[in-house]
Write a protein that binds this ligand. Sequence first.
Ligand SMILES: [Zn+2]
Length: 239
Amino acid sequence: MLRYHYFSLALLALSLSLSQSAKAELSEHLKEQIGLNDMESFHRTTPGPFVEKDVSYEDYNYKLFEDNADPNLEKKVKAVKKAIRMLIDKHIMPPDGLQIYLTNNYETQNRAFERDEHWNPVALITLGPNALEGGRLDALSSTKSHFFLSKATITTIHEIGHILHERNAGDSFWDGSFKSKAQNAGSVSGYASMNKKEFVAEVFAGVVIGMRFPRDVFTEYEALQGPTLPPKLIRIKHE
Ligand SMILES: [Zn+2]
């Protein structure tokens, strides 16, 4: 029994040191696998055809990929432009090389992709049939109190939040560190309770649309390496 106990302690120590070295740097194999999976899923669910458009606001340039078969295309374009304007007006720089794909293809999710198969940073966002309505009703993007903003605007900000989070957190974004539930998710939204990545993206979107959160939310957001927020935007909700 005692011997077994020591043995399991040794195993525990070994697995702890392994997970720490895994944290320090993701293996090349894992990077390749993640990038391959993500790009495969991007190409499969976002087939096009698309019309490519260059858009700029202030000094910021990005690309829209428009599917003319999408009956909500015009509304989505408006919503995305509004999201980019809001971010830049609030001094938050969206990611370099941003490409946003707008389509009604049934398989397309509202989703962000951050790395390609060569582990190069990419900033791809897909807005599918659930961009304007449907999807998770407990996400901030479905919040009724922000009726003056479209769900697609808030969703775009949320997805940009994921990309900026990945840029900030580096490899730890991919090593499983963010799979568990954030402690303060309950103060943010139902969807924020999914995991720490969703918590960060929901707080980010909430702050950009002007919401207040308890101080603990911001403390946890910072500990999780959420995208840097201009101090002016941090509004504490006193409970
Ligand atoms: Zn998300």
